[in-house]
Design a protein around this ligand. Structure first.
Ligand code: FAD
Length: 498
């Protein structure tokens, strides 16, 4: 009799346990099976970018060879061909911009990716690198010398040319955008001439082509300053989002050993953006020259947790809680700078046909941090879009580029949406984006230009008061409009409205 009761209790406990595990296990299973990795191919004769919302007929794609002299000859021939036929030319790196920035309708697209030779001057520690090299190629190369990239995005999938042409930034603490790390580059202009641009030579072109979205010429070899690879100690703190700036000042501003920092906000509905996690890495010691670069661990689990949060509020809560629990176990652990920066976005990018990822990014003055969170809390839930992630980084004043987004320290809010590829979703995303841009502008901030072309002309002029001058100078350096892309067609030519 007693054994029978114990037996029944066992079954009951097992059922309760299975009941408790069923939802998270289902969410993980769903995440693991979201998207089959087979996105439809870009139709023949067209070019597109990572958004898959820009398929556009083009004349041809030319892959640049990886030898500098041959590449220069090849690109000169290409420009002659384009001039002879009156064709526009666009330039593509890894094509992770989302507004057709790499596409000229009916034009020739230059695929820079094969152009990726690199060498490190071990006296000056300056890296000379072909603009087509990806960070995933640069990081292991520098790692072999005990060196690291000074500023780049939070992921490694982007090309050097694409990164400097949008003037990217990342988690590198208290750092201006990447232009601050560019010493010089060679630029092929529309007439085929190659000029060296630096702070001393062709300074105006230097400032225009950095963050110039491929409108001033083809960036060939780039000289980048590097920094030592170092071992960092990981720290993290959980707080209410309203106290983020206070804790940021106490933990990060107050510690001169901090090297990399990012914040994250929760995105589940019940307390939307009310909670924050601050993650930071502080200097521990120099890294061994022989430091290994490992494959990031638990990839499939992390991807399942992330994708399990798609269109699923339970999944969003589960992701927040599991991230909080997992990162707690990592506090005090040591990791090299190169390891931190060598993460691929494949971990979280969309693989479902019929849906796509859309990024937004807003640069907000520190004093307006909480005001922008309130705006997000008001605007985002009023739309039907699936916000999967918000990260926060700081970026310092940009002293180098013409089309600047940071005239002072800014907190960058990077928002990652998963959007249906339908007209209705696109219309809603446009409305959401313009409302958020208005909110950012109203707080003295601005928005980032490599993403979807939803900003109005008035918003571009308000967020980038120098934009009119930028496009006027483009026409001085490239009077025949040889270098064209959809960003230019949308915003740089009067009469064309997005
Ligand atoms: C998942 C994801 C995460 C991101 N994270 C960040 C981030 O953390 N921080 C950040 O700042 N940005 C981020 N971005 C934006 C990203 O930095 C830009 O989209 C960047 O342009 C990507 O590099 P790419 O090689 O794909 O450039 P592409 O999209 O290929 O090109 C971008 C622009 O650069 C021009 N260009 C490319 N190569 C050359 C060249 N050799 N000469 C002249 N012009 C050239 C192109 O014509 C185009 O206008 C992210 C984007 C995605 C999709």
């Amino acid at each position: 009799m007693k054994r029978g009761i114990v037996h029944r209790w066992w079954w009951l406990a097992l059922l309760v346990l299975l009941g408790a595990l069923a939802r998270p296990l289902f969410t993980l299973w769903k995440g693991a099976h979201t998207g089959d990795g087979l996105l439809p191919a870009t139709p023949a004769g067209t070019a597109d970018d990572i958004s898959r919302l820009n398929a556009t007929p083009i004349d041809s794609v030319v892959r640049v060879v990886n030898d500098t002299d041959s590449a220069i000859a090849q690109l000169r021939d290409l420009l002659t061909y384009a001039r002879g036929r009156g064709l526009p030319v666009s330039i593509a790196g890894a094509r992770h911009s989302m507004g057709g920035h790499t596409i000229a309708p009916n034009g020739v697209q230059i695929d820079m990716l094969p152009f990726k030779r690199m060498s490190l001057d071990t006296a000056t520690m300056v890296l000379t690198v072909g603009a087509g090299a990806l960070w995933s190629e640069v990081i292991p190369y520098l790692n072999g010398f005990g060196r690291a990239v000074r500023v780049m995005q939070s992921d490694n999938a982007f090309s050097v040319g694409g990164s400097i042409s949008v003037n990217c930034h990342g988690w590198q603490h208290n750092s201006p955008p990447i232009a601050s790390t560019v010493i010089a580059f060679d630029l092929m202009q529309a007439d085929g001439s190659v000029v060296r641009c630096s702070r001393e030579e062709n300074r105006e072109l230097f400032a225009l082509a950095l963050g110039g979205y491929g409108l001033f010429g083809i960036i060939l070899e780039v000289e980048l300053a590097t920094v030592p690879n170092e071992v960092y100690t990981y720290h993290r703190m959980v707080m209410s989002s309203g106290e983020y700036v206070k804790h940021y000042a106490g933990r990060v501003d107050a510690d001169s050993n901090v090297r990399m920092v990012y914040g994250r906000l929760n995105v589940n509905a019940e307390d939307f953006l009310e909670r924050a996690m601050l993650h930071w890495f502080s200097y521990d010691s120099p890294a061994e020259r022989t430091s290994r670069l490992d494959e990031p661990g638990l990839e499939e689990v992390k991807r399942s947790v992330f994708l399990g949060s798609k269109d699923d509020d339970y999944g969003k809560r589960m992701r927040w809680n599991s991230e909080q629990a997992f990162t707690k176990t990592r506090i005090g652990s040591r990791i090299t700078r190169n390891q931190v920066m060598n993460e691929s976005p494949a971990l979280y990018m969309n693989r479902s046909p019929g849906r796509t990822d859309v990024l937004h990014e807003y640069f907000i003055p520190r004093a307006q941090f909480n005001g922008f969170i309130s705006a997000l809390q008001r605007v985002v839930p009023a739309h039907g879009q699936d916000l999967l992630n918000v990260t926060i980084r700081n970026v310092y004043r940009d002293e180098d580029t013409f089309l600047r987004y940071a005239d002072d320290e800014m907190f960058a809010f990077v928002m990652f949406f998963n959007q249906a590829m339908t007209d209705a979703a696109e219309t809603d995303m446009r409305a959401l984006t313009t409302e958020l841009i208005d909110a950012a502008l109203g707080l003295g901030g601005t928005y980032y230009l490599p993403y979807r072309p939803h900003a109005t002309h008035e918003q571009l002029a308000a967020g980038y008061p120098m934009a009119g001058d930028f496009f006027a100078r483009k026409r001085i350096y490239d009077p025949d409009d040889r270098f064209v892309n959809k960003f230019y067609l949308n915003y740089g030519r009067t009469g064309h409205r997005p």
